[in-house]
Write a protein that binds this ligand. Sequence first.
Ligand SMILES: C[S@@+](CC[C@H](N)C(=O)[O-])C[C@H]1O[C@@H](n2cnc3c(N)ncnc32)[C@H](O)[C@@H]1O
Length: 350
Amino acid sequence: MLPRITAEIARNQGWISFARYMELALHAPGGYYAGGARKFGAQGDFVTAPELGRLFGRTLARQLKALLSDPPAILEVGAGSGALAHTLLEELKCEYFILETSADLRDRQRQRLGHRATWLDSLPQRFRGVIVANEVVDAMPVHAVAWRAQGIMERGVAADGERLLWKDRPATGVLLEEASKIVPPVPYESEIGLAGPAWLRSLAERLEQGAILVIDYGFPRHEYYHPQRAAGTLMCHHRHQAHGDVFARPGAEDLTAHVDFSALAEAARAAGLDVLGYATQAQFLVNCGITDVLGEANVENALHYAPLAAEANKLLSPAEMGELFKVLAVGRGVEKPLLGFAHNDRSHTL
Ligand SMILES: C[S@@+](CC[C@H](N)C(=O)[O-])C[C@H]1O[C@@H](n2cnc3c(N)ncnc32)[C@H](O)[C@@H]1O
């Protein structure tokens, strides 16, 4: 992957945007998601909620069941190993569509799910049903921006031989426009995702009736660009270690940015959707009845119950995924309140 990146930098007068770098490192041929690396689970680089076990999917299914209309249909974007699809198909009777950019992961999903799902090559022109994206938006390219005394700069990528390095340029166009709306104390560095909101807008425009659930780690804008978060949110994940050296192993490790949920909510509203709810993952799962799902397990059987309790702790604990991860629901023609946001809906913070 590195030779491809340095060649592209050379062709572009020695500079590419960070968003382009992220797109190459993650999604181009030879990129992290395009390649055959293990990625998920104990042997991989990171563990997502559906990879922990079935508790997340079984609880989420309660919300999805309430949202499904006739004919019931789910579209999962970025289905990873197919773990969430597997659980949801056990819990719900519905058509299940998957939109997956990685050919390698599409193959793995096909092996796991067989004829129970249908894979789409592009966004459908029109869709009625529920769209789910778990930990997908954090993998969408973001621009790196620096607010400095001399003005707003776009942080791009240059090369010194085989070594990649940061190189600033004055920000221009839409990026400058978006960055000018944020006024952090200088010097300050962070990210602005244009791809995530654009993706949500295109989904929203095609949604005739139903809801879109985006689940990921991130914040509303005022927390995202908090004075104390002056170094941004870029993070690499390799064999369960997180680090901030984004040029260390392009293509061989995961590279992510936290999600600005306010930007997603604005994109949805601009496309005519309603914001149906926004909550921490812990609150959402509790509202959906995770304790009832746990209660269905045999508490007497420690061998069975202990891993389930550990899974619940990981999903709910503020020190793990409970607080950092959020659930945003937007939609058209859907009655409020939704089960998952019945208590402590935080939409007003977006
Ligand atoms: C971190 S993984 C999460 C996988 C799964 N949702 C889970 O929770 O285990 C990100 C997934 O999103 C896919 N992906 C990234 N960008 C995408 C896009 N623009 N459209 C569809 N899939 C995308 C990746 O190939 C991968 O399957």
